[in-house]
Design a protein around this ligand. Structure first.
Ligand code: ZN
Length: 511
């Protein structure tokens, strides 16, 4: 690059820096006292010498923060400060943003100051902050296709996940060439806070955690999910990198969390493969401010647990098998939840295919979820079993073959509650299914062929495109309801309901 080009690029880069600083002030990320400091940090990131004296009195934000960061990242590539690889662009963008941001201790002080006034005000502020600093990837999340559909068990949420960045061959090659590192040990570890990132590990310079110093006697942290699937999707994680474990402490933590943030629900994935989430290696919970179809599902059958007179217990009308406990006594709820977990861990019912162990390998576990309702604690215990057979090698209580064309991944906490997270391939594939319902002779993925034939028989081929799309959306939600039914240990037919009643009778007599 010759000198002339460098001068032109420099003029642009300085105006982008001034614009970013002003936009940061306007968004409340940066305080004016820290402006010179932030300016100098940005210069350091971009290897600039500060040949332009800042005139803060007269500087303005001419572009949004997103545009300024994009312009500065482009400059860094142009100047060969970074390679033009997805992960390195992310690293640079997060580093630039971090120049404007407060340190974790300041964030925590401010959050705690707000929380003393109101936990709602505190989380509102922090959620907005995490979006403003682009830690929450709002622009990518907005690419997701999300809709709701009324089904037999309520209004389900369907999301086709398009927020994962698409990587080109050069990006993937960069990941392949890196030296493997076990720092941070996983994507959830607290050591991600401020971590620069590298090829294959996300940039976290702009990541901040809220410290929960005495969370049921341990150091835990609260953060938001960078790829939010629902409003204020948060993660509560152990300070220690250790595997997920559902036990008495799980219920202690759920109740402790609800005491801290009564406007949020909180739940945990189960602690066994197949029925657990994607990260079993780091103990964590997910929560947020959102009402799922399962929360709204009513109790269809109440039962009494004489040892726990203060608790209202019942079976929820839901395709999966859910026991709901409602009470206001913390201790009683924790004791009761633990007793049910303990009881379920060893429960067998061969008529319902429920077998607690294969030799020493456990199969029964629980996906627990807690929330406050009308001043009472409400705990949902979703009964799970991860046994596989020759007929169902991926799991007896896992989506079966005939619904794999829609979903074959694990049914984790979020799905359990009624929000389907479906793969990106479905965007094109479902458009082809819709086209078939309009009579168009379109290409069709083989996996959807028999479903499409069913739909054509049911709805004909004379639909206009809007109607056809609507049908496909609705029928996809019905398939998802089937997916949940497959994951339910007690089926919604008379035999399954009788088996559930048998279990409750046994439970009530033994705890
Ligand atoms: Zn970890």
């Amino acid at each position: 690059m010759n000198d002339n080009n460098l001068t032109v690029a420099n003029t642009d880069v300085y105006s982008s820096i001034f614009s970013l600083l002003e936009a940061g002030l306007e968004a409340g990320i940066l305080e004016s006292t820290d402006r010179v400091y932030a300016y100098n940090r940005l210069l350091a990131c971009l290897k600039l010498d500060g040949s332009i004296q800042p005139d803060f009195q007269n500087s303005q934000s001419t572009t949004s923060m997103t545009e300024s960061i994009a312009a500065l990242t482009a400059y860094a590539i142009d100047q060969k400060i970074i390679e033009d690889i997805f992960d390195y662009r992310e690293v640079m963008a997060a580093e630039l943003m971090n120049c404007l941001m407060a340190r974790p201790s300041e964030i925590n002080r401010y959050f705690n100051h707000l929380r003393e006034k109101s936990p709602v005000v505190a989380t509102d502020w922090f959620y907005q902050y995490c979006q403003d600093v682009h830690y929450i990837q709002a622009a990518r999340i907005s690419r997701n296709i999300s809709y709701q559909a009324k089904c037999e068990y309520g209004t389900l949420d369907i999301t086709i996940n398009l927020s994962k960045p698409e990587k080109n061959p050069a990006d993937i090659a960069a990941e392949r060439n890196i030296v493997r590192s076990d720092y941070p040990r996983c994507l959830l570890c607290a050591e991600n806070e401020g971590y620069r990132g590298r090829a294959g590990h996300p940039a976290r310079a702009n990541h901040r955690l809220i410290s929960l110093e005495d969370f049921a006697g341990e150091q835990w942290f609260f953060q938001y999910s960078p790829y939010s699937y629902y409003n204020e999707h948060c993660i509560v994680l152990s300070g220690e990198h250790r595997p997920m474990k559902i036990d008495r402490n799980t219920f202690v933590r759920i109740i402790t969390f609800l005491d801290l943030f009564p406007h949020y629900f909180v739940g945990s994935n189960a602690d066994l493969p197949i029925v657990g989430g994607s990260i079993l290696s780091h103990d964590h919970y997910q929560g947020g401010r959102y009402s799922f179809a399962m929360d709204r599902a009513p109790v269809e059958k109440y039962f009494r647990l004489t040892a726990y007179p203060g608790i209202e217990a019942g079976i929820v009308k839901w395709p999966m098998s859910v026991i709901r406990l409602v009470g206001s006594d913390r201790q009683e709820l924790i004791d009761c939840s633990e007793a049910i977990l303990f009881n379920w861990r060893s429960y067998n019912d061969s008529t319902a295919d429920i077998q607690a162990y294969t030799n020493a390998e456990p199969h029964n576990t629980i996906t627990p979820i807690g929330r406050m309702r009308d001043g009472h604690y409400e705990i949902d215990l979703v009964l799970r079993n991860n046994r596989c057979t020759e007929e169902h090698p991926l799991g007896i209580f896992h989506p079966h073959d005939d619904v794999h064309h829609i979903k074959k991944e694990n049914i984790g906490l979020i799905e359990v509650m009624g929000l389907a997270v479906l793969p990106a391939r479905l965007v094109d594939e479902l458009a082809q299914v819709a086209a078939a319902l309009t009579g168009e002779n379109a290409e069709l993925a083989e996996i959807h062929r028999s479903w499409t034939e069913e739909l054509v028989n049911k709805y004909g081929k004379d639909n206009d495109y809007a109607e056809a799309s609507d049908i496909v959306r609705r029928e996809t939600a019905i398939k998802f309801e089937r997916v949940l039914g497959d994951a339910g240990v007690f089926k919604r037919n008379p035999e399954g309901k009788a088996a559930f009643t048998r279990y409750i009778t046994k439970l009530a007599s033994s705890i």
